[in-house]
Design a protein around this ligand. Structure first.
Ligand code: BGC
Length: 756
């Protein structure tokens, strides 16, 4: 595949172009006038009240709270000293609480109700990392839309999603909640999710405000430990961490941004003026409001950044954190701080105005109960259309990692199928973590899905957990010793033609506070796999997990591996459709799979070292491990095969560079392929990664069909942020690659004569 590379003379000058960090004034509108009007009527205490968010404390359909925090919160809501509640769920409950705010307070300002609607409300979609593996932005947007429809039917006006933290560390449990390691993909996915939640009209009763979180750097926690220190250089901050947030504000008009628990280069995000005031509200002109993370203002005391809760309130408010989630810092100390002159009243006015503005935009002042219709709630939760959509999303999210000798798909009449693994019968783990409203044990299990296709025999092999009453708030008790059921599973495998093993993580192995130092199959599952393999090598391994795992042994031995993540309510049906070929898998990994934990953080878009990888001793390598990943970013197979030819680059146009390639379906069945485009800026004033994703297109090809795919590279794709946060495009040589994943493809190059 000879490349058609157009050479254009290089110019040495560096020209700073786009002013991506320059602010523009937005015209004040009708809503601003209403906000200012209301603000003028409010006391200082009432304005601070808007900045306070409490968690749900009281089943308002039950008795009035009479003691402790509940009583205090209730009394404060009645006085108009609370702006928002989280975790109050259900149309009826929300209505009851809203009635207090609207009917009993002096100004009748409605509350805004927020919840972590991360991947579905009742009808559960795949976990976000899985959805990102679909590279299907339309489907992802639709999934968020469905979550918003159901959440809004249960009284919610606001979701704390999407999490758009980029992370390169599979030890960090919250990778399940994001879109993986890549900024380009993560940005597109984040924008799609926000559009899905917020829809075209925020004031409609089925759209909700979204939250871009966690601002910023939370995904770079040292050693993958949740909440840990984040120390990153400016180049990583500007080029890797911030762009999804910038797009959330500028492209998707996200209504709220949540700050984060971590320190960023020594300053806690919640008290970080540089992040919240200078960049977010200043350069990006964000007009929504910033919500703290749960208690993150108070946590600045532990960080050694605030002396006490009062100091925390002062530092958080001055730094631009508008609403305090559950720290009790603002409610207890902000008024005094203003009176003492530690916080200017204009800071309070600004925060309250931002919050009121979103409430007006949601239409809460027109009808505070628009989300509280019990009939609508009944009609929409678990609507069949929603289940059809999450089934589609689940199929799209699966990644075929290995398929030796085309062992998959299984034939419909295939006899003697054994199914082994605790997760095969699990109706709860597929719901994933972060499913605040889901009903436990309601997913279609793999076994249930398979039974529709074939008569399968099941042996658990080993329990995954000692105690199945595990939930969001409990530690997992993993079975590390009990192998008493191995024998039965091995005997079943011996008698079978093919063995489907469903192994991986429980739903609560990943998510918040679920950091792991080992990334293998938890408990005794690896041993079980090896025991079964001894008697039957015809194994199809179905992985259920919320993060990349080190499945190096399985990759060497097991002929077929399907990455099925945690796929939500329709999990088992989607998996069965893929295993029996009713759906041809097309997912691609949004995160690199390491060979061993020691390789972490491992990611495709790293910088080159001065001594790039080689077998020689004084060059980048491990003494005891390969440097390459087990599966690279963007990797995934299909039941058909694709051939890439004819890469062409046209860099003649002054506005853009076009790159094309032909992709042919060379197999026997129709299939979809995510065609990926990567670039490398060879020499730059700040060193650039060895490869960066800058375009992708998912195409469907009939057997034998060929299609030419065209990508356009403009300043947006070819430029980068320098260490002053300025976006620049530098002329010079660029490498370009179009391929099936980040490690394989057609390569070419071009000269960029001038800044675009
Ligand atoms: C998480 C946030 C979440 C909040 C409210 C925190 O622990 O970090 O992402 O939105 O809780 O539930």
């Amino acid at each position: 595949m000879k490349l058609n590379v157009l050479l254009v003379a290089a110019m040495a000058t560096v020209i700073a172009v786009t002013t991506a960090f320059i602010s523009q004034d937005k015209p004040s509108d009708e809503i601003d006038a209403k906000v200012q009007d209301l603000l003028a009527k409010m006391t200082l205490e009432e304005k601070i009240g808007q900045m306070v968010q409490y968690t749900g404390f009281w089943d308002v359909t039950g008795p009035t709270p009479s003691e402790g925090q509940s009583k205090r919160k209730y009394e404060q809501i009645k006085k108009g000293l609370v702006g928002s509640m989280l975790n109050v769920n259900g149309a009826e409950r929300v209505r009851k609480m809203q009635e207090i705010a609207v009917n009993e307070t002096r100004l009748g300002i409605p509350l805004i109700f927020g919840l972590d609607v991360i991947h579905g409300q009742k009808t559960m979609a795949p976990i976000p990392l899985a959805e990102a593996a679909s590279w299907d932005l339309e489907a992802i947007e639709k999934s968020a839309r469905i979550a918003a429809i159901e959440a809004s039917a249960m009284g919610q006006n606001w979701t704390f999603a999407p999490m758009i933290d980029i992370s390169r560390d599979a030890r960090w449990g919250r990778v399940m909640e994001g879109a993986g390691e890549d900024t380009y993909l993560g940005t597109k996915v984040g924008v799609a999710r926000i559009k899905g939640f917020q829809g075209d009209d925020l004031s409609a009763n089925n759209t909700i405000a979204a939250t871009a979180k966690h601002f910023a750097g939370y995904g770079f926690a040292e050693s993958g430990k949740d909440y840990n220190t984040v120390d990153v250089g400016l180049s990583t901050l500007y080029n890797v961490i911030l762009p999804p947030f910038k797009a959330a504000v500028e492209e998707a008009d996200v209504k709220t941004v949540m700050n984060s628990f971590n320190t960023l280069n020594g300053i806690p995000a919640t008290g970080n003026k540089f992040l919240q005031r200078d960049i977010l509200k200043g350069k990006w002109n964000f007009d929504g409001f910033v919500i703290s993370d749960w208690g993150s203002a108070a946590e600045m005391i532990n960080h050694g950044y605030a002396a006490d809760l009062k100091d925390a309130a002062v530092k958080a408010a001055n730094a631009g954190s508008d609403m305090d989630m559950e720290s009790y810092a603002y409610v207890d100390y902000l008024k005094g701080a203003v009176e003492e002159g530690l916080v200017d009243e204009s800071v309070i006015d600004e925060a309250a105005a931002r919050i009121l503005r979103v409430k007006f935009e949601l239409g809460l002042f027109d009808d505070p109960y628009k989300y509280c219709d019990v009939a609508r709630e009944k009609e929409l939760l678990h609507h069949p259309d929603h289940h059809a959509a999450v089934l589609d999303m689940a199929r799209k999210s699966m990644v075929l990692l290995k398929n030796e000798n085309n062992i998959l798909p299984l034939k419909k009449g295939q006899k003697k199928i054994a199914v082994i693994g605790d997760l095969a019968a699990d109706k709860d783990s597929p719901l994933g973590n972060w499913r605040m409203s889901a009903d436990a044990n309601t997913a279609v299990s793999v076994l249930e899905g398979l039974e529709k296709y074939a008569d399968v025999k099941y042996a658990r092999g080993a329990k995954l957990l000692n105690d199945n009453n595990t939930n969001f708030f409990t530690e997992l008790d993993v079975n590390e010793t009990d192998k008493s059921e191995f024998k039965e599973a091995v005997q079943l495998a011996k008698k079978s033609e093919v063995v489907i093993m469903v192994l991986g993580e429980n739903a609560y192995h990943s998510g918040e506070a679920r950091s792991r130092s080992k990334l293998g199959l938890p408990g005794v599952q690896q041993e079980l796999l090896e025991e079964v393999y001894k008697v039957n090598k015809n194994i199809v391994l179905v992985l259920m997990n919320g993060r990349p795992l080190t499945i190096t042994w399985a990759d060497e031995h097991v002929p077929a591996i399907v990455e099925a993540w945690q796929l939500g309510s329709q999990s088992g049906n989607a998996i069965a459709d893929v295993l029996f070929g009713a759906y041809n898998p097309a997912g691609k990994l949004p995160m690199t799979f390491p060979r061993s934990v020691g390789q972490v953080p491992i990611y495709y878009n790293h910088l080159n070292s001065g001594r790039p990888t080689s077998d020689a001793i004084f060059w980048v390598h491990y003494m005891d491990e390969e440097v390459t990943p087990l599966y690279p970013f963007g990797y995934g197979l299909s039941y058909t095969t694709f051939e890439y030819t004819d890469l062409k680059v046209n860099a003649e146009d002054a506005e853009a560079v076009t790159v094309t390639a032909s992709v042919k379906n060379t197999g026997e069945v129709a299939g979809e392929e995510v065609v990926q485009l990567y670039i490398r800026d060879r020499v730059a004033s700040v060193a650039r990664p060895v490869k960066e994703l800058k375009g992708f297109e998912k195409i469907k090809l009939a057997a034998g069909e060929t299609r030419t795919v065209t990508f356009t590279l403009t300043a947006k794709e070819l430029g980068f942020y320098n260490n002053n946060g300025e976006f620049i495009v530098e002329p010079g040589t660029f490498d370009v690659m179009i391929g099936t994943n980040s490690a394989e493809g057609l390569a070419g190059s071009f000269e960029l004569k001038q800044s675009l």
